[in-house]
Write a protein that binds this ligand. Structure first.
Ligand code: EPZ
Length: 422
């Protein structure tokens, strides 16, 4: 397993290009199952999760052609061979469950393995199942697989979600495009990735209104056609690299960054004494005066503070002036980066879903271990500011969601390299 070695203390200067959003691409790719016409995605990110989704779709018979070094993906499901998403693939990536809605909508059947838990939580699928049953699906759990059928196809319905689940909203949104009649999703997730999916489905011929609000209305149509769609900018990669100069000093311009994608995050940075400036090409970030100030953070559904930036923010607050309180309200176990940051000299107390961070002057480099995607990048960022050398192991987590992180950071002056593992 590869490791990443970071020498702390070098100020950063330059531009970082932000890639297309992993969490948009992972719901856009299964949308190809809704039509026998080809779907072309541009600005696609080059990540191992995208390769996993490609393998899953290919196991169903979807043709996936990758071009321009993976930035363009052409998908076609005109020759499907299966409607079963196998545990071997699904257990590696929860987003595999996003084939459930499209398969039910167009093929009226699906067998999808439950993803099983992951490091950050149990991550059940009850909201997905209840919603699709409301649309007429019959879904039974057998041997760890959801066996779903929709005799005669899905029917439009009023679908209230007990929680604004991103994945459940995406599954229902895709399913509703081919259902008979009108579907109204209530308490829908409002994330930019939902909006991007709706834009893509509309290009395919879907009739959708209200994406980005809590109520989305979909008029089912008989079939969807071909489309070409650019994947929206990755707001989590954006937020991650916006923090890099806050740790290391200097100034970085995130090319392609949009303030509307990270509004609540940018407001917290402003409160912490970080300058975020909109430029013609993106967002420029620099510390205003030395160490940032402590701020309190509570993760919420969009447009609240994103849970996927909580670990990165905690790492930044480890060397802020004062004490910060972070509340993780979305997942039940998303503080695994805390013990690793403590190994670097951070002063953090975790009680359940609340972490209290007492800022220290400086962290010290140490060997640390990545546990999940966002925790791993928070340790890299901490290494940029730490005194001495930090070695982050198990970086396969990192490759799931960040394109060539060591290349992007070394291009702006960071002393960082990837060391091939045994
Ligand atoms: C998406 O996961 C993202 N993944 C996650 O990003 C992100 O953290 C999450 O949304 C929240 O924003 C993708 O888009 C591929 P949820 P998802 O359904 O859809 C509970 C990353 O780092 N829940 O909104 O799985 C669930 O257990 C990843 O890129 C149920 O209880 O998130 C969790 O506690 C990590 N029952 C909460 O809701 C359900 O049926 C949020 O889950 C569904 C969810």
């Amino acid at each position: 397993m590869d490791s990443i070695v970071v020498q702390g203390g070098t100020a950063l200067q330059g531009k970082i290009k932000i890639a297309g959003a992993k969490n948009a691409a992972l719901t856009l790719m299964p949308a190809t199952l809704l039509s026998e016409e080809p779907l072309t995605l541009t600005n696609a990110p080059r990540l191992s999760d995208i390769q996993t989704m490609t393998a899953l779709l290919q196991s169903l018979g979807v043709e996936v052609t990758s071009m321009q070094d993976g930035k363009v993906q052409v998908l076609s499901s005109h020759a499907m061979t299966s409607t079963t998403a196998d545990y071997e693939i699904v257990r590696k990536m929860r987003a595999s469950n996003l084939v459930l809605g499209p398969l039910l909508a167009r093929h009226h059947q699906a067998v999808v393995s439950l993803p099983g838990g992951c490091a950050i939580g149990a991550r059940p699928m009850d909201i997905h199942v209840t919603a699709l049953e409301t649309m007429g699906a019959e879904i039974e759990l057998k041997d760890g697989y959801l066996h779903a059928t929709a005799k005669g196809g899905l029917k439009g319905a009023r679908v209230p979600l007990r929680f604004a689940s991103v994945g459940a909203t995406e599954n229902v949104l895709m399913a509703a495009t081919l259902a008979k009649g009108t579907t109204i999703i209530e308490n829908a997730a409002r994330e930019p990735e939902i909006v991007d999916l709706a834009h893509c489905l509309r290009r395919m011929g879907a009739q959708i209104e209200g994406e980005g609000t809590s109520t989305i209305t979909i008029e089912g149509v008989d079939r969807l056609g071909a489309a070409t769609h650019p994947v929206v900018t990755d707001r989590i990669e954006l937020g991650t690299y916006m923090l890099a100069p806050v740790f290391a000093g200097g100034e970085v311009e995130c090319i392609g960054g949009r303030l509307d994608l990270v509004q609540s995050f940018a407001e917290k940075l402003d409160a912490a004494g970080v300058a975020v400036t909109e430029t013609a090409d993106g967002l420029k970030v620099a510390r205003k005066n030395g160490r940032p100030s402590a701020v309190n953070v509570t993760t919420e559904v969009f447009p609240g503070f994103p849970t996927d930036l909580q670990a990165q923010m905690m790492a930044m607050l480890c060397t802020a002036k004062g004490t910060s309180v972070l509340e993780e309200k979305i997942f039940e176990n998303r503080f695994m980066h805390a013990p690793e940051l403590i190994r670097m000299g951070a002063d953090i107390e975790v009680h359940g879903g609340t972490a209290t961070v007492h800022g220290v002057e400086r962290l010290k480099g140490a060997p640390v271990m990545a546990t999940d995607l966002r925790a791993s990048v928070s340790l890299i960022l901490a290494g940029l500011a730490a005194e001495g050398e930090t070695v982050v192991s198990r970086v396969y987590h990192l490759d799931r969601g960040y394109e060539h992180v060591e290349e992007k950071l070394s291009a702006v002056g960071a002393k960082i390299e990837r060391v091939a593992g045994s």
